[in-house]
Design a protein around this ligand. Structure first.
Ligand SMILES: [Zn+2]
Length: 113
């Protein structure tokens, strides 16, 4: 149930953002999912709806997942999408993107807007 935990986390993050800004409604939540995060975006979206269903703040909320491609960088100066072996020097490159799952923005309705 990896996706359930992710969806719940996204919901909790969005709810906190909504409450901090005194929102009356959450409209849309944008989530970045790295290609290496091993999460199925459709499933995260589905579970998000299930979790948020009983929360009036989220009555009309939609979840939008954005894929983040793998990016790596090596000490020799290589930058690209190789994950395990640097094509230039053969060492292990450092992953700079592709593993993350994070809420990038939350669109909300605030009173008086
Ligand atoms: Zn290298």
């Amino acid at each position: 149930m990896h996706e359930y935990a992710i969806a719940y986390d996204v919901y909790a993050t969005a709810k906190r953002a909504a409450e901090e800004n005194a929102a009356t409604e959450v409209i849309r939540v944008h989530v970045e999912i790295g290609d290496l995060a091993m999460a199925n975006p459709e499933q995260v979206e589905f579970l998000f709806v299930v979790i948020a269903e009983d929360d009036p703040l989220f009555r009309g909320a939609a979840l939008e997942c954005h894929r983040v491609p793998v990016r790596s960088r090596c000490g020799c100066g290589y930058e690209g999408d190789e994950r395990f072996v640097c094509p230039r020097c053969g060492s292990l490159p450092e992953l700079v993107a592709g593993r993350e799952i994070r809420v990038s923005s939350v669109e909300i309705e605030v009173p008086g807007s």
